[in-house]
Design a protein around this ligand. Structure first.
Ligand SMILES: Cc1cc2nc3c(=O)[nH]c(=O)nc-3n(C[C@H](O)[C@H](O)[C@H](O)COP(=O)(O)OP(=O)(O)OC[C@H]3O[C@@H](n4cnc5c(N)ncnc54)[C@H](O)[C@@H]3O)c2cc1C
Ligand code: SF4
Length: 330
């Protein structure tokens, strides 16, 4: 059985205290929400913070306010179960509830939060192993070692961004409000992800994610298609998020397609958008967009399934996501 290392655990009740505690504890500290990603990582000694600061009692992180007409603010500490069951999220941003429902298991969704999901560590078969396993291969560049076993000549780590909600939030153009001792800023979901498996977030370690801001729906329809081995629960090894706006006759006015689970960051596919905008959302243009997704997907051999097969699946999964939108015509 893997055991947690020793650490100090603090539970601030107000946001400013949480930020002060992080500043006091310094680099060897970590925020935790549900702990469903951080604690397994600590058991595997991938992360070993001396102090863990819980964000679970911070009231600022627990609201869901607004609606599709004016935009929705979701506190980073809202559980995935609450996202799945929330009536306004289901009515106005159903893709968010749908993607959240595909994450892990009901018990883990009771603990796991939307904020923790968006800030999930990147994953790799050579990294998500216990300490002894990793030591036996002399570790790897992401933690304790020097080379990358997936791409030995690569100067960077290719561990995969495996959050289901990350590509959805990029497709919806969500904003993320961050707070730190030096103030607050809001950046887009697209801006926070960095295509590097080690330095995968453009966020300072002392920045706390307060809330996720969904823009007004503005007739945007969105869908998410997820490839995984087990339908009951599994991380995505490919996810396609699509968000489009059409005119009354289903001519596409704007489109955003984003691939998850194939690189250290969600990958936007502007070529797919070009294949759709200005045309009717029909089979011909859906296939052209899917082809662009296939060309853009460059998974490596570091998660489940053969990488070439995962690349090929980008086509049918893009079609699946876009056809869901077509079906929503009613
Ligand atoms: C068996 C299993 C299956 C899983 N399947 C999936 C899956 O299919 N899809 C998927 O996307 N995920 C999956 N997960 C991962 C995880 O359960 C979810 O992503 C969950 O939403 C993480 O949220 P959390 O609150 O538990 O994160 P935590 O573990 O608490 O935190 C994750 C990271 O975010 C940081 N963090 C958390 N909240 C904040 C904040 N407010 N501000 C700043 N930093 C913060 C933490 O420091 C940590 O680095 C799975 C996990 C397990 C164990
Ligand atoms: S991609 Fe390479 S460096 Fe990154 S976790 Fe995997 S083996 Fe390690």
């Amino acid at each position: 059985m893997m055991r947690l290392p020793q650490f100090d655990y603090v539970v601030p009740r107000i946001l400013s205290d949480a930020l002060l505690m992080k500043a006091d504890a310094g680099p060897s500290s970590s925020f935790v929400a549900g702990g469903t990603d951080l604690y397994p990582n600590m058991k595997r000694r991938q992360q070993t913070p001396a102090t863990v600061i819980s964000v679970s009692r911070l009231a600022d992180l627990h609201g869901v306010n607004g609606d599709g007409a004016f935009g929705l603010r979701i506190g980073a500490g809202v559980s995935l179960t609450d996202i799945v069951e929330h009536p306004i999220i289901n009515r106005d941003y159903p893709v968010v509830a749908q993607a959240a429902a595909s994450i892990s298991t009901p018990i883990l969704r009771n603990m796991g939060t939307i904020g923790g999901n968006l800030l999930l560590d990147t994953r790799c078969n050579y990294y998500d192993q216990n300490y002894e396993w990793r030591k036996a291969i002399n570790f790897c560049m992401k933690k304790d070692g020097e080379i990358c076993w997936v791409a030995p000549s690569s100067p960077k780590c290719w561990a995969v961004q495996s959050s289901d909600l990350a590509p959805v939030m990029v497709a919806l153009n969500a904003g993320l409000r961050l707070a730190s001792p030096s103030g607050e800023r809001t950046i887009t979901a697209s801006e926070i992800y960095n295509n590097d498996g080690i330095s995968y977030l453009r966020k300072e370690p002392d920045e706390l994610l307060v809330e996720i801001i969904l823009p007004p729906r503005d007739s945007v329809r969105a869908a998410y298609a997820k490839l995984r081995r087990r339908g009951s629960f599994d991380f995505p090894v490919l996810g396609v998020a699509a968000a489009i706006r059409t005119s009354a006759d289903w001519t596409v006015a704007s489109a955003k397609l984003v691939l998850g689970g194939v690189a250290p960051a969600p990958i936007e596919v502007p070529e797919a958008e070009q294949a759709l905008v200005g045309y009717k959302l029909d089979r011909e243009h859906i296939e052209a967009a899917a082809e662009a997704c296939y060309l853009k997907a460059r998974p490596l051999d570091n998660t489940d399934f053969l990488m070439n097969w995962r690349k090929q699946m980008a086509r049918p999964y893009a079609i699946k996501a876009l056809e869901q939108l077509l079906e929503s015509r009613g």
